[in-house]
Design a protein around this ligand. Structure first.
Ligand code: NAP
Length: 268
Protein backbone atom coordinates (compact mmCIF):
# COMPACT_ATOMS: atom_id res chain seq x y z
CA UNK A 1 0.00 0.00 0.00
CA UNK A 2 1.31 3.46 -0.89
CA UNK A 3 1.06 6.33 1.58
CA UNK A 4 0.75 9.21 -0.89
CA UNK A 5 -2.14 11.65 -0.85
CA UNK A 6 -4.22 9.86 -3.46
CA UNK A 7 -7.83 9.53 -2.40
CA UNK A 8 -8.13 5.75 -2.17
CA UNK A 9 -11.94 5.96 -2.14
CA UNK A 10 -11.99 7.73 -5.51
CA UNK A 11 -13.30 5.77 -8.51
CA UNK A 12 -12.90 8.40 -11.21
CA UNK A 13 -12.68 6.80 -14.68
CA UNK A 14 -13.64 3.36 -13.40
CA UNK A 15 -16.50 1.69 -15.29
CA UNK A 16 -19.02 -0.08 -13.06
CA UNK A 17 -21.71 -2.53 -14.17
CA UNK A 18 -24.48 -2.98 -11.63
CA UNK A 19 -27.20 -5.51 -12.43
CA UNK A 20 -30.64 -5.41 -10.79
CA UNK A 21 -30.15 -1.70 -10.33
CA UNK A 22 -33.41 0.01 -11.27
CA UNK A 23 -34.34 0.14 -7.56
CA UNK A 24 -33.43 -1.01 -4.07
CA UNK A 25 -29.99 -2.29 -3.15
CA UNK A 26 -28.69 -2.34 -6.73
CA UNK A 27 -29.62 1.30 -7.30
CA UNK A 28 -28.11 2.29 -3.95
CA UNK A 29 -24.86 0.52 -4.88
CA UNK A 30 -24.78 2.30 -8.24
CA UNK A 31 -25.37 5.63 -6.54
CA UNK A 32 -22.53 5.06 -4.05
CA UNK A 33 -20.16 4.16 -6.93
CA UNK A 34 -21.30 7.20 -8.95
CA UNK A 35 -20.65 9.51 -5.99
CA UNK A 36 -17.10 8.20 -5.97
CA UNK A 37 -16.74 9.17 -9.62
CA UNK A 38 -17.40 5.89 -11.45
CA UNK A 39 -19.15 5.76 -14.81
CA UNK A 40 -22.15 3.50 -14.46
CA UNK A 41 -23.97 0.88 -16.48
CA UNK A 42 -27.37 0.34 -14.88
CA UNK A 43 -29.29 -2.79 -15.77
CA UNK A 44 -32.55 -4.54 -14.97
CA UNK A 45 -35.34 -6.15 -16.98
CA UNK A 46 -36.01 -2.69 -18.42
CA UNK A 47 -39.07 -0.49 -18.89
CA UNK A 48 -39.97 2.82 -17.23
CA UNK A 49 -38.42 1.83 -13.91
CA UNK A 50 -34.98 1.47 -15.49
CA UNK A 51 -35.36 4.65 -17.56
CA UNK A 52 -36.36 6.60 -14.43
CA UNK A 53 -33.38 5.19 -12.52
CA UNK A 54 -31.04 6.29 -15.32
CA UNK A 55 -32.46 9.83 -15.24
CA UNK A 56 -32.16 9.97 -11.43
CA UNK A 57 -28.60 8.70 -11.42
CA UNK A 58 -27.43 11.07 -14.14
CA UNK A 59 -27.75 13.87 -11.56
CA UNK A 60 -24.95 12.18 -9.58
CA UNK A 61 -22.85 10.21 -12.06
CA UNK A 62 -20.34 11.62 -14.54
CA UNK A 63 -21.76 9.20 -17.12
CA UNK A 64 -24.56 6.67 -16.96
CA UNK A 65 -26.21 4.36 -19.46
CA UNK A 66 -28.85 1.71 -18.95
CA UNK A 67 -29.15 -1.64 -20.69
CA UNK A 68 -32.08 -4.03 -20.31
CA UNK A 69 -31.13 -7.62 -19.43
CA UNK A 70 -32.78 -10.39 -17.48
CA UNK A 71 -30.09 -11.89 -15.25
CA UNK A 72 -31.64 -15.37 -15.73
CA UNK A 73 -30.80 -15.37 -19.46
CA UNK A 74 -27.14 -16.10 -20.38
CA UNK A 75 -27.47 -14.59 -23.87
CA UNK A 76 -28.88 -11.37 -22.47
CA UNK A 77 -25.94 -11.22 -20.04
CA UNK A 78 -23.48 -11.60 -22.94
CA UNK A 79 -25.24 -8.81 -24.83
CA UNK A 80 -25.27 -6.65 -21.69
CA UNK A 81 -21.53 -6.90 -21.18
CA UNK A 82 -20.67 -6.32 -24.84
CA UNK A 83 -23.05 -3.33 -25.09
CA UNK A 84 -21.61 -1.87 -21.89
CA UNK A 85 -18.03 -2.32 -23.11
CA UNK A 86 -18.79 -0.77 -26.49
CA UNK A 87 -20.34 2.27 -24.81
CA UNK A 88 -18.00 2.87 -21.85
CA UNK A 89 -14.99 0.55 -22.23
CA UNK A 90 -13.89 -2.47 -20.22
CA UNK A 91 -15.67 -3.12 -16.98
CA UNK A 92 -13.56 -2.47 -13.86
CA UNK A 93 -16.29 -3.09 -11.30
CA UNK A 94 -19.12 -5.61 -11.29
CA UNK A 95 -21.90 -5.55 -8.73
CA UNK A 96 -23.89 -8.75 -9.27
CA UNK A 97 -27.42 -8.29 -7.98
CA UNK A 98 -30.82 -9.60 -9.00
CA UNK A 99 -34.34 -10.08 -7.76
CA UNK A 100 -35.13 -12.21 -4.74
CA UNK A 101 -36.60 -15.75 -5.01
CA UNK A 102 -40.19 -16.48 -4.07
CA UNK A 103 -41.13 -16.83 -0.43
CA UNK A 104 -42.36 -20.36 0.35
CA UNK A 105 -41.87 -22.81 3.24
CA UNK A 106 -39.22 -25.50 2.63
CA UNK A 107 -41.70 -28.37 2.82
CA UNK A 108 -43.83 -26.90 0.01
CA UNK A 109 -41.09 -26.32 -2.57
CA UNK A 110 -41.30 -28.40 -5.76
CA UNK A 111 -38.71 -28.94 -8.51
CA UNK A 112 -40.07 -26.05 -10.57
CA UNK A 113 -39.46 -23.64 -7.65
CA UNK A 114 -35.83 -24.75 -7.34
CA UNK A 115 -35.25 -24.55 -11.10
CA UNK A 116 -36.75 -21.05 -11.18
CA UNK A 117 -34.66 -19.78 -8.28
CA UNK A 118 -31.25 -21.22 -9.31
CA UNK A 119 -30.50 -18.86 -12.25
CA UNK A 120 -31.95 -15.87 -10.38
CA UNK A 121 -30.04 -16.34 -7.13
CA UNK A 122 -26.88 -18.23 -8.12
CA UNK A 123 -26.12 -18.86 -11.76
CA UNK A 124 -25.97 -15.28 -12.98
CA UNK A 125 -23.09 -14.57 -10.60
CA UNK A 126 -20.57 -17.01 -12.18
CA UNK A 127 -21.94 -16.18 -15.63
CA UNK A 128 -21.25 -12.47 -15.16
CA UNK A 129 -17.87 -13.11 -13.55
CA UNK A 130 -16.83 -15.23 -16.55
CA UNK A 131 -17.71 -12.35 -18.86
CA UNK A 132 -15.89 -9.56 -17.01
CA UNK A 133 -12.91 -11.39 -15.51
CA UNK A 134 -10.66 -11.73 -18.59
CA UNK A 135 -10.34 -7.95 -19.02
CA UNK A 136 -9.90 -7.38 -15.28
CA UNK A 137 -7.09 -9.94 -15.15
CA UNK A 138 -5.39 -8.45 -18.22
CA UNK A 139 -5.40 -4.99 -16.62
CA UNK A 140 -4.45 -6.27 -13.17
CA UNK A 141 -7.34 -4.49 -11.43
CA UNK A 142 -10.92 -5.48 -10.80
CA UNK A 143 -13.61 -5.39 -8.14
CA UNK A 144 -16.54 -7.79 -7.93
CA UNK A 145 -19.24 -7.62 -5.28
CA UNK A 146 -22.13 -10.07 -5.10
CA UNK A 147 -25.21 -8.87 -3.25
CA UNK A 148 -26.08 -11.88 -1.11
CA UNK A 149 -28.09 -12.00 2.14
CA UNK A 150 -27.75 -12.34 5.88
CA UNK A 151 -29.68 -15.60 5.34
CA UNK A 152 -26.23 -17.06 4.52
CA UNK A 153 -25.38 -16.55 8.21
CA UNK A 154 -28.76 -17.06 9.82
CA UNK A 155 -31.67 -18.65 7.93
CA UNK A 156 -34.78 -16.48 7.70
CA UNK A 157 -38.15 -18.17 8.34
CA UNK A 158 -40.10 -18.84 5.12
CA UNK A 159 -37.18 -17.99 2.82
CA UNK A 160 -36.10 -21.58 2.12
CA UNK A 161 -34.89 -20.81 -1.41
CA UNK A 162 -32.74 -17.91 -0.25
CA UNK A 163 -31.47 -19.79 2.83
CA UNK A 164 -30.41 -22.74 0.64
CA UNK A 165 -28.96 -21.05 -2.45
CA UNK A 166 -27.22 -17.96 -1.03
CA UNK A 167 -24.54 -20.05 0.74
CA UNK A 168 -23.71 -21.52 -2.70
CA UNK A 169 -22.92 -18.01 -3.93
CA UNK A 170 -20.57 -17.62 -0.97
CA UNK A 171 -18.79 -20.87 -1.89
CA UNK A 172 -18.21 -19.54 -5.39
CA UNK A 173 -17.08 -16.11 -4.16
CA UNK A 174 -14.58 -17.58 -1.72
CA UNK A 175 -13.13 -19.98 -4.30
CA UNK A 176 -12.85 -17.43 -7.10
CA UNK A 177 -11.28 -14.90 -4.73
CA UNK A 178 -8.41 -17.30 -4.08
CA UNK A 179 -7.89 -17.93 -7.80
CA UNK A 180 -7.60 -14.27 -8.81
CA UNK A 181 -6.26 -12.57 -5.67
CA UNK A 182 -2.70 -12.28 -6.97
CA UNK A 183 -3.93 -10.58 -10.14
CA UNK A 184 -5.37 -7.45 -8.54
CA UNK A 185 -8.95 -8.65 -8.65
CA UNK A 186 -10.98 -8.87 -5.45
CA UNK A 187 -14.35 -10.54 -5.03
CA UNK A 188 -16.52 -10.19 -1.96
CA UNK A 189 -20.14 -10.59 -0.99
CA UNK A 190 -22.27 -8.13 0.94
CA UNK A 191 -24.87 -9.75 3.20
CA UNK A 192 -27.64 -7.24 3.81
CA UNK A 193 -30.10 -7.72 6.65
CA UNK A 194 -33.63 -6.37 6.38
CA UNK A 195 -33.49 -3.27 4.21
CA UNK A 196 -36.33 -0.93 3.28
CA UNK A 197 -36.81 -1.77 -0.43
CA UNK A 198 -39.68 -2.83 -2.71
CA UNK A 199 -38.71 -6.46 -2.13
CA UNK A 200 -38.98 -6.07 1.64
CA UNK A 201 -42.37 -4.41 1.29
CA UNK A 202 -43.56 -7.28 -0.94
CA UNK A 203 -42.45 -9.83 1.67
CA UNK A 204 -44.29 -7.91 4.40
CA UNK A 205 -47.41 -7.74 2.19
CA UNK A 206 -47.21 -11.53 1.67
CA UNK A 207 -47.02 -12.16 5.43
CA UNK A 208 -49.86 -9.70 6.03
CA UNK A 209 -52.05 -11.48 3.46
CA UNK A 210 -51.33 -14.89 5.03
CA UNK A 211 -51.80 -13.84 8.66
CA UNK A 212 -54.49 -11.18 8.32
CA UNK A 213 -52.23 -8.60 9.99
CA UNK A 214 -51.70 -5.12 8.53
CA UNK A 215 -48.47 -4.44 6.59
CA UNK A 216 -47.46 -1.72 9.11
CA UNK A 217 -48.04 -4.18 11.93
CA UNK A 218 -45.79 -6.78 10.22
CA UNK A 219 -43.06 -4.18 9.68
CA UNK A 220 -43.34 -2.89 13.26
CA UNK A 221 -43.09 -6.43 14.64
CA UNK A 222 -39.86 -6.91 12.72
CA UNK A 223 -38.21 -3.96 14.47
CA UNK A 224 -37.68 -6.20 17.50
CA UNK A 225 -35.39 -8.45 15.42
CA UNK A 226 -32.74 -5.76 15.00
CA UNK A 227 -30.52 -4.75 17.90
CA UNK A 228 -30.08 -1.44 16.09
CA UNK A 229 -33.83 -0.84 16.36
CA UNK A 230 -34.75 -0.29 12.70
CA UNK A 231 -34.38 -1.66 9.18
CA UNK A 232 -31.46 -0.50 7.05
CA UNK A 233 -31.90 2.15 4.40
CA UNK A 234 -30.57 1.01 0.97
CA UNK A 235 -27.84 3.67 1.04
CA UNK A 236 -26.33 2.05 4.14
CA UNK A 237 -25.68 -1.09 2.09
CA UNK A 238 -24.62 0.92 -0.97
CA UNK A 239 -21.87 2.68 0.98
CA UNK A 240 -20.30 -0.65 1.94
CA UNK A 241 -20.35 -1.74 -1.71
CA UNK A 242 -18.69 1.59 -2.63
CA UNK A 243 -15.92 0.95 -0.12
CA UNK A 244 -15.34 -2.65 -1.28
CA UNK A 245 -14.96 -1.43 -4.86
CA UNK A 246 -12.34 1.18 -4.00
CA UNK A 247 -8.56 0.96 -3.67
CA UNK A 248 -9.07 1.42 0.06
CA UNK A 249 -10.32 -2.19 0.18
CA UNK A 250 -7.31 -3.59 -1.67
CA UNK A 251 -6.52 -6.27 0.95
CA UNK A 252 -10.09 -7.46 1.41
CA UNK A 253 -11.15 -10.44 -0.67
CA UNK A 254 -13.24 -13.60 -0.35
CA UNK A 255 -15.24 -12.07 2.49
CA UNK A 256 -18.89 -12.08 3.44
CA UNK A 257 -19.46 -8.58 4.76
CA UNK A 258 -22.61 -8.61 6.87
CA UNK A 259 -24.53 -5.32 7.07
CA UNK A 260 -27.50 -6.24 9.23
CA UNK A 261 -27.71 -3.93 12.24
CA UNK A 262 -26.67 -6.84 14.48
CA UNK A 263 -29.44 -9.22 13.29
CA UNK A 264 -27.31 -12.40 12.88
CA UNK A 265 -26.45 -13.69 16.35
CA UNK A 266 -23.68 -16.18 15.43
CA UNK A 267 -20.02 -15.58 16.28
CA UNK A 268 -18.81 -15.59 12.65
N1 NAP B 1 -34.19 -5.81 0.95
C1 NAP B 1 -33.72 -6.69 1.79
O1 NAP B 1 -34.03 -6.63 2.98
C2 NAP B 1 -32.77 -7.76 1.33
C3 NAP B 1 -32.00 -8.43 2.31
C4 NAP B 1 -31.12 -9.42 1.90
C5 NAP B 1 -30.99 -9.75 0.56
N2 NAP B 1 -31.77 -9.08 -0.35
C6 NAP B 1 -31.60 -9.48 -1.75
O2 NAP B 1 -30.98 -8.44 -2.46
C7 NAP B 1 -31.42 -8.45 -3.82
C8 NAP B 1 -31.99 -7.07 -4.16
O3 NAP B 1 -33.11 -6.86 -3.32
P1 NAP B 1 -33.88 -5.48 -3.17
O4 NAP B 1 -34.45 -5.50 -1.80
O5 NAP B 1 -33.04 -4.34 -3.61
O6 NAP B 1 -35.07 -5.74 -4.21
P2 NAP B 1 -35.87 -4.73 -5.15
O7 NAP B 1 -36.02 -3.40 -4.54
O8 NAP B 1 -37.10 -5.51 -5.53
O9 NAP B 1 -34.89 -4.61 -6.41
C9 NAP B 1 -34.60 -5.70 -7.23
C10 NAP B 1 -33.89 -5.19 -8.47
O10 NAP B 1 -33.56 -6.28 -9.30
C11 NAP B 1 -34.19 -6.12 -10.57
N3 NAP B 1 -34.57 -7.44 -11.04
C12 NAP B 1 -35.51 -8.27 -10.54
N4 NAP B 1 -35.53 -9.42 -11.25
C13 NAP B 1 -34.59 -9.30 -12.21
C14 NAP B 1 -34.14 -10.14 -13.26
N5 NAP B 1 -34.65 -11.35 -13.45
N6 NAP B 1 -33.17 -9.68 -14.08
C15 NAP B 1 -32.63 -8.45 -13.91
N7 NAP B 1 -33.00 -7.61 -12.94
C16 NAP B 1 -33.97 -8.04 -12.10
C17 NAP B 1 -35.36 -5.17 -10.36
O11 NAP B 1 -35.61 -4.40 -11.52
P3 NAP B 1 -36.69 -4.66 -12.64
O12 NAP B 1 -37.97 -4.96 -11.95
O13 NAP B 1 -36.68 -3.34 -13.37
O14 NAP B 1 -36.15 -5.80 -13.45
C18 NAP B 1 -34.77 -4.26 -9.29
O15 NAP B 1 -33.95 -3.28 -9.88
C19 NAP B 1 -32.46 -9.58 -3.91
O16 NAP B 1 -31.83 -10.75 -4.35
C20 NAP B 1 -32.92 -9.74 -2.49
O17 NAP B 1 -33.45 -11.02 -2.23
C21 NAP B 1 -32.64 -8.09 0.00
Amino acid sequence: MTSDNTDRADLTDRVALVTGSSSGLGYAAAEALARRGARIVLSSRGGDKLATAERRLSAVSPEVISVAADVRDPLQLEDLVSTAEEALGSIDILVANGGGPKVKPAAELDDADWEEAWPLVFLFVPRLCRLVLPAMRRRGWGRIVAINSVSTKQPIAGLALSNSLRPAVMGYVKTLAQEVAAEGVTINAVLPGYTRTERQLEIAEGIAARTGAGVDEVLAERQGDFPIGRMAEPGEIGEVVGFLCSDAASYLTGQAVTVDGGYARGLL
